[in-house]
Every structure is written in structure tokens, then in C-alpha cells.
Design a protein around this ligand. Structure first.
Ligand code: SF4
Ligand code: SF4
Length: 338
């Protein structure tokens, strides 16, 4: 059911949510940007609607709510372990259409790729989704090409209007009841979404793993500096590694954490005996790109990449992932003519 609501009515709704949920949304972290005196937009807890950044793309995605950058799993002493506490409340997460498709990819990896991940499932079981409409495309977005520009599986949608009011489409029955009781004006609402982006990509129909033999990957040996930023901002990258933090010198008391990992950085493919599978940065780029737009689809029926463009936004070497996808067609021609 659709409503036209005021800032005050939205904040009253927020107050009731906060009994059982933390609210996470893209917000401004002053001074947290990549360069001195620049800000960063990433996910954090909010209490009021005016903390949400509606007019810019978030630098980092919502995934850190469900898969924190560093997550303590348990504590250990010589003879005992104790599981880390989970948050007491669930999470209401504000996200955009591409990120809602990314949530499905996270579910694929953490819930359906073998036994469900205990820690992810615990957090995932108690979330509500608020879809933030996109009135226009942001720089480097290519959601239309990836088919992720329209979403319908949300608990509520929200579009901020130029006068500071909001249009919401509410599917959660309890929230609908609250909005009706608060006397909010009812009207039909279709969440804003883009129908075209400046950037378009085309994944070749005939793409196969043979493209790995192309010379196209070599340019990334020197251009990429294996910083891993593209992985950390990506809403669909799910790799992590383990870290033990010892509180005592004898190494018998401490905590085990899992922390984000990146297939682009040194050490990711190191194996026993001193081996390393992908030493060159071009090989890592090849692995990442083909995982996003080839082998994942072979297993799940759709691409892993959702076209948010954050990897292009963040790369310090101006390497374009979308540009790389668009080189795959000629790379396929190159390898089939060999
Ligand atoms: S690969 Fe890049 S464009 Fe695709 S989902 Fe990840 S960050 Fe977004
Ligand atoms: S952000 Fe750019 S330079 Fe850094 S690892 Fe990714 S592609 Fe390479």
C-alpha cells in the first residue's frame, strides 16, 4: 500500500522500529574518505531520516551489516570456548535495487553453497529491507545491462521528494497498520528506478573459459596495484579469512575472527610448500572478472555482478571493470582464431 508521508511521520515509524531493530543506511562519515579532508558514504546505524544520504551512491555496500569487515566468532581459553554474542536486535537495512539483487548473491554463497553459514544465517534471519528508489543513474552504474534496476522484494520502498517528504510503498502488514493509524495520506506509489545508464555492458553470449588464454589480461599486470579495494566495495564479494588474536604471550587465550579477504591481494592463493596460484595481477583480474560474469552464472543461472559500478568508482588506477567486460567479445574472437 502506498503513502505520502512527512519527515515527522517517518521518524515516528523509525522510533517504533528501534524497539526491535537497529536501522542501517548509507550515511556520511566526515573525514573518512580516501583523500585528506574528504568524506566517505558507507553503512552505519542511524536514528533519524535526515542522517540518510539519498542523493549519492554509497562508496561501500550494505554487505558489512551481514558480513562485518571483522567479526569475532568465539573466544577461547586453555580449556574452553565461548561463542561471541550476536546483536540483541534485528536490522532494518536501506538499500538500492542493485544491492537487493546482491543480497540474493550473498544468500547463494552463505546459505545455499553447502551447509548454511551459522553466523550469516543468524543475522540474515532477522532483517527487513527498505528499497531506496533511484531517480537517476549514478556515475559508472550499469544495472540496466545486468537486469538489476527493478526490485519488488522489499518490505517497504522509499523515495525522497524535493520538498523533503517521502513516497513509500509498504508491504509489511504491521508497518502498513502503523502508517494508517498515523493518518498518513494514501496514494499509489511505484518506486523510482532507472531505465538507462550512461555505461552499458554486454557479456558475450559465446563466452567460455577459453577467454582465459587471451592476451587481454596482460595489461593488468602493470596497471593493477593489487590493493583489493575493488573487492572490498563489491556487494557480491564474499571471501574471508581467519585471524586468531591472542590476549596472552603463551597464545592460549584469545579470540577467533573472520575478516574480509581479497582475491586481488598478495597471499590469497598461497598454498603449503610456498606455492601461489595467481602471482600476476593480470591473472587475478582474470579470475575476478570471470567469476563475476562466467562461472557463477553457469552454477546459478544469473551473473554475480549486479552492475553497481563501485569497483570502477574506487580503483586508484582507473581500471574499469565494465570496460573489461566489454573487451571480452574481442578476446573471445582472438582465442577462437588461434
Ligand atoms: S564487480 Fe563491480 S560492478 Fe559488479 S557488483 Fe561488484 S563492485 Fe559492483
Ligand atoms: S581496485 Fe584497481 S588497482 Fe586495486 S586491486 Fe582492484 S583493479 Fe587492482
Amino acid at each position: 500500500m502506498g503513502f505520502h508521508i512527512t519527515d515527522m511521520q517517518l521518524n515516528v515509524l523509525f522510533q517504533t522500529w528501534q524497539t526491535n531493530y537497529h536501522i542501517y543506511a548509507p550515511r556520511n562519515f566526515s573525514g573518512g574518505g580516501r583523500f585528506s579532508d574528504t568524506d566517505c558514504i558507507r553503512y552505519g546505524k542511524i536514528e533519524h531520516a535526515d542522517e540518510i544520504v539519498f542523493d549519492k551512491k554509497s562508496d561501500y555496500s550494505f554487505k558489512e551489516v551481514l558480513t562485518p569487515v571483522s567479526q569475532t566468532l568465539f573466544f577461547f581459553t586453555e580449556g574452553q570456548t565461548k561463542e561471541a554474542d550476536f546483536p540483541q536486535k534485528g536490522a532494518v537495512i536501506f538499500l538500492r535495487s542493485c544491492d537487493l539483487y546482491a543480497l540474493k548473491r550473498l544468500d547463494d554463497m552463505y546459505l545455499h553453497n553447502g551447509p548454511a553459514d551459522y553466523y550469516y544465517q543468524h543475522l540474515r534471519d532477522n532483517i527487513k529491507i527498505v528499497l531506496m528508489g533511484c531517480e537517476h543513474s549514478f556515475e559508472n552504474c550499469f544495472c540496466v545491462s545486468m537486469g538489476t534496476n527493478v526490485s519488488t522484494k522489499y518490505d517497504m520502498s522509499i523515495d525522497r521528494q524535493p520538498d523533503g517528504t517521502y513516497l513509500v510503498d509498504c508491504k509489511d502488514e504491521a508497518w502498513v497498520k502503523q502508517l494508517v493509524q498515523a493518518g498518513c495520506e494514501q496514494q499509489e506509489v511505484i518506486p523510482a528506478h532507472v531505465t538507462e545508464n550512461q555505461v552499458t555492458v554486454q557479456v558475450p553470449e559465446n563466452l567460455t573459459a577459453e577467454v582465459a588464454k587471451s592476451t587481454m589480461w596482460e595489461e593488468y599486470n602493470s596497471r593493477c596495484i593489487n590493493c583489493g579495494r575493488c573487492n572490498f566495495v563489491c556487494p557480491t564479494c564474499t571471501c574471508f579469512t581467519m585471524q586468531d588474536l591472542f590476549y596472552s604471550e603463551n597464545g592460549k587465550v584469545g579470540e577467533r575472527r573472520r575478516i574480509w579477504a581479497s582475491c586481488m591481494v598478495d597471499g590469497f592463493t598461497d598454498v603449503a610448500g610456498g606455492g601461489s596460484y595467481r602471482k600476476k595481477n593480470g591473472e587475478r583480474m582474470r579470475f575476478k572478472v570471470l567469476h563475476k560474469v562466467l562461472d557463477y552464472k553457469q552454477r546459478n543461472g544469473y551473473h554475480m555482478c549486479v552492475g553497481c559500478g563501485r569497483c570502477d568508482d574506487i580503483c586508484p588506477e582507473y581500471i574499469s571493470f565494465s570496460g573489461c567486460i566489454n573487451k571480452l567479445q574481442s578476446a573471445m574472437t582472438e582465442v577462437t582464431e588461434q
